[in-house]
Write a protein that binds this ligand. Sequence first.
Ligand SMILES: Nc1ncnc2c1ncn2[C@@H]1O[C@H](COP(=O)(O)OP(=O)(O)OP(=O)(O)O)[C@@H](O)[C@H]1O
Ligand SMILES: [Mg+2]
Length: 275
Amino acid sequence: MAAPTADSASPADSTDPTNPADPTRPVLDCRGVWKTFGKGRDRTPVLRGIDLAVHEHEVVVLIGASGSGKSTLLRCVNLLERVDDGTIHLDGDDITDPRVNADAVRQRIGIVFQAFNLFPHLTVLDNITLAPRRVHRRARAEAEQAALDLLDRVGLAGKAREYPDRLSGGQQQRAAIVRALVNSPRLMLFDEVTSALDPELVGEVLALVSDLKGDGMTMVIATHEMGFARRVADRVCFLDRGVILEQGRPEQVLDNPAEPRTRQFLQRLLDTEPA
Ligand SMILES: Nc1ncnc2c1ncn2[C@@H]1O[C@H](COP(=O)(O)OP(=O)(O)OP(=O)(O)O)[C@@H](O)[C@H]1O
Ligand SMILES: [Mg+2]
C-alpha cells in the first residue's frame, strides 16, 4: 500500500513507463517506492511509497529535513540500495528488476556525493578515466580526450595531472562532477554536493550545475541551498518522513507552501541562517 502523496495527479499515474512510443514517457519514473532499514523492532521505513516522474531536461530538487529520505531515494535510483517495494524505470527499463545488471544501469546515471570520493592515489585525469577505461573498455587516448575536453569546460584543464589533495574543495568537486559526466549519462543525481565546501567555494560548483541545466541535462538534486533550488529547479519536491508531501514550481513551494510542515521546515531554515 502506498502512502498518499500531495500530488496524486502526478504524471506518473497516467503513463505507461515502458511504452517507447509515448512522448510523455519520463526519463526516470519511480512508483510506489518503499525502503525500510533495520530488522525486527528496529525496522524503520525511510521511503514510504514515493512516486516521482522526471522528464527529459527537467531539473527536480529534493528538499526536506535531515533524515527525510533524500539520499536514500537517490541511492535507490542509482541501485546503491535495493527497494523493498515499488518500481523504478529508467527510459522505460525496469531497473528494479532483480535480473538487471546494476553496473550497466549505473553507466547511464551519474551520481555526485557530498564528499568528493576521488581516489587520492590517482591523478584527476586517472580518476576520471578509470571507469570509461575499465568498465566501458574505451581506449586510453579516447577516454583521456573526452576527460580533457570536459575538464577544460569546467576550468580545470591545468589540473589534469595533479593529485586531488593539490586541488581546492571546489576544484575536487568539479572534478568529481566531470567524472560522473564522462560516460554521457542520461540522468545526473546530486546529493548535497556543496555541503562539504567552504562557503566561498560553493558558488563555483553551483555554477557548474546551472551550466548543466543550460545544456539540457536531466537532473535530480538534493540540497539544503534554497537559493540554488529556486534558481535551478523546474520542480521542488518537499520530502517529509519518506513521503513527497508537496511539490511544484519553486516559487510555489518555497514562497507559498500549502502544507504546514513545509512552512515549518522553511521557517526553521530561515531561523538558523547566519545573520
Ligand atoms: N544504510 C542505512 N542503514 C540504516 N539506516 C539508514 C541507512 N541509510 C539511511 N538510513 C536512515 O534513513 C533515514 C533517511 O536517511 P537519508 O540519508 O536518506 O536522509 P536525508 O534526507 O538524505 O538526510 P540529510 O539531509 O541529513 O542528508 C535516516 O533516519 C537514516 O538514519
Ligand atoms: Mg542526505
